[in-house]
Ligand binder design. Structure first.
Ligand code: FAD
Length: 467
């Protein structure tokens, strides 16, 4: 009887425990479901996910297999497919964020009831959240001790791509064209696509190229926003086109080889782990103030406020912030340093609720990740675990002087007021909706809030807060 490999955010054949286990059990029936969780994803993540799924489908076809596509509640689809094909087992890569956990529990219960052998396997993170414990037996709320407790752990060997048999008969499949996952992207998709690196093979090459060319300078250049100093792997990790274990091994090998930057890279991977550790132990991280004391803080929750619109549209009049917001809209990603600056600006200078920013990122990022995004927002806003002191307010101007000293990043992304705008800056205007009413010939906007005024306002609000 076939074994279903329920494909989710694990779009790879190598180092995939779920696929490997399914292959052991019988002919493998790979199934992707546009289910109740995935169909709610933001425009860019959903579209990028679809590109990854299409790529995996092609890889499977080249190997003589197929990817069956179905739409609907995952439990119903999988139960139905088991009946239809006689599949006796279902395997999937474990998820840790609350939406997926709830769905997966429902699936497991439904399949158990049907007598199907249903199981999840690890692979999306390196360290199962419940296996990392403090001396007192609790979970970690602070990053540094978390890092110390995982850094020397054995993460096991990578699994090779398994050989797998294919079913004799294939069930019907829907098509990605039917789903039109690019729909919500409107005209933006053409602009974003050249900036993407889709698929397992390209993800592996990306890791190799990073280790060869950029790792030695990583510690310093990872903060220089105009430089391509980081790995870019978040895009592939988000969709499982590379395993965190492959990245970890590469980092460990580089440590052994005495390469500068290697430890820093491992520490960043551990931040991703920390995000999942926290989301598992405190699922509210994705939806509510992690520190409940912040619930009474007077954040402005009006998403339609003019200043907030200026932020999403990259026209706050603060060039570093605007450059970063445009980078995200055009490329589906944003430099980490810039993410912190725009998040600080939104939640502090504009006093907007961090959830507004979290949602916009969720709409725009091709590397959107529920845990890292929530942690990044709450960390910056001050309401999260291991947060920067809440009263630390990044000054976008000083940050620009430091991390974009020659203004290369700002020139790359801002066209208004420039004699010869870069092509990249102009491409922003091809991607944004017409109704935003922006054009490259406009005057560059005046700041929506003076930096010192915004800062003073936030500090005054913090002072009144009852800690
Ligand atoms: P590299 O510097 O090459 O780092 C290697 C890997 O380490 C990354 O691919 C990523 O998996 C992990 N990593 C690095 N920094 C962080 C971090 N601060 N937190 C968690 N993991 C990290 N990351 C996402 O993957 N998806 C998100 O939706 C996301 N939203 C964010 C929102 C905010 C407000 C902030 C401040 C950060 C957010 N991050 C998010 C974290 C970080 O900005 C990105 O992971 C990083 O920019 C990815 O680029 P890279 O792959 O080149 O990173």
């Amino acid at each position: 009887a076939p074994a279903i490999w329920w494909v989710r955010k694990d779009l790879r054949l190598g180092d995939n425990a779920a696929l490997t286990d399914a292959a052991r059990l019988g002919p493998v029936l790979p199934v992707f479901i546009l289910d109740e969780v995935f169909q709610e994803y933001g425009a860019c993540p959903l579209w990028r996910f679809g590109l990854g799924v299409a790529h995996l489908a092609r890889t499977l076809e080249a190997a003589g297999s197929r990817l069956i596509l179905r739409r609907g509640p995952a439990a119903d689809v999988l139960s139905g497919l088991c009946r239809e094909t006689g599949a006796a087992a279902v395997r999937w890569s474990r998820a840790y964020d609350p939406d997926q956990v709830a769905r997966d529990r429902g699936v497991k219960a439904a399949l158990d009831e049907q007598g199907i052998d249903a199981a999840s396997l690890p692979g999306h993170v390196l360290f199962e959240p419940w296996t990392v414990e403090t001396g007192g037996g609790g979970y970690y709320k602070v990053y540094s001790p978390f890092w110390r407790s995982v850094r020397d752990r054995d993460v096991g060997r990578q699994l090779p791509r398994p050989d797998f048999a294919v079913p004799v008969r294939w069930p019907e499949s829907e098509t990605l064209e039917d789903w039109n996952l690019a729909g919500p992207m409107r005209r933006g998709a053409d602009v974003v696509e050249p900036h993407l690196t889709v698929g397992e093979d390209r993800a592996a090459s990306r890791l190799d190229a990073f280790v060869v060319h950029r790792l030695d300078g990583y510690k310093e250049s990872r903060d220089v926003v105009a430089e391509d100093g980081t790995s870019g792997l978040s895009e592939n990790l988000a969709w499982g086109e590379i395993s965190p274990r492959a990245c970890w091994h590469a980092g460990m090998q580089a440590v052994d080889d005495g390469r500068a930057g290697a430890e820093t890279f491992l520490k960043e991977l551990a931040w991703r782990e920390f995000g999942y550790h926290l989301v598992w132990h405190t699922p509210r991280l994705v939806s509510a103030n992690w520190r409940e004391g912040w619930d009474s803080f007077p954040w402005n929750e009006d998403e339609r406020r003019a200043e907030v619109t200026a932020w999403t549209q990259g026209r706050t009049g603060v060039a570093f912030v605007d450059a970063a917001m445009r980078e995200m809209f055009v490329t589906g990603r944003m430099h980490n340093r810039a993410r912190m600056i725009v998040a600080s600006y939104l939640t502090k200078h504009l006093m907007a609720h961090w959830r507004i920013g979290q949602r916009w990122f969720e709409h725009c990022l091709c590397d959107w990740d529920p845990a890292s995004n929530a942690l990044g927002w709450q960390w910056t806003a001050g309401s999260g675990p291991d947060a920067a002191p809440y009263f630390r307010i990044f000054n976008p101007q000083t940050q620009a002087d430091r991390f974009d000293p020659k203004g290369v990043y700002r020139d790359r992304w801002i066209a208004e007021g420039r004699d010869a705008p870069t092509e990249t800056a102009l491409s922003y205007f091809d991607s944004i909706p017409k109704r935003w009413g922006m054009s490259p010939g406009d005057a560059y906007p005046e700041p929506v809030v003076a930096l010192d005024e915004g800062r003073a306002r936030a500090l005054a609000a913090y002072e009144k807060r009852n800690f």
